[in-house]
Design a protein around this ligand. Structure first.
Ligand SMILES: [Zn+2]
Length: 63
């Protein structure tokens, strides 16, 4: 069984440890398991991943 390397970084909002799948690409949005904040993958350098808070998408109810 292949062992996948699990990357992690810190949530910029609550400092929780955020697990990041290895195949995650820059600019993908993941969400923090603790605070549910959307986090954008800003940069991946080796095992160092920089996150930033995703802009809140305002729900547009049409019109
Ligand atoms: Zn968080």
């Amino acid at each position: 069984m292949q062992q996948l390397q699990i990357l992690s970084s810190e949530c910029v909002v609550c400092d929780a440890d955020v697990k990041i799948p290895q195949n995650t690409q820059v600019s993908e949005v993941i969400s923090c398991a603790e605070c549910k904040t959307g986090l954008v993958i800003e940069n991946i350098k080796g095992t160092t991943i920089r996150l930033s808070k995703a802009p809140v998408v305002e729900e547009d109810w049409g019109e």
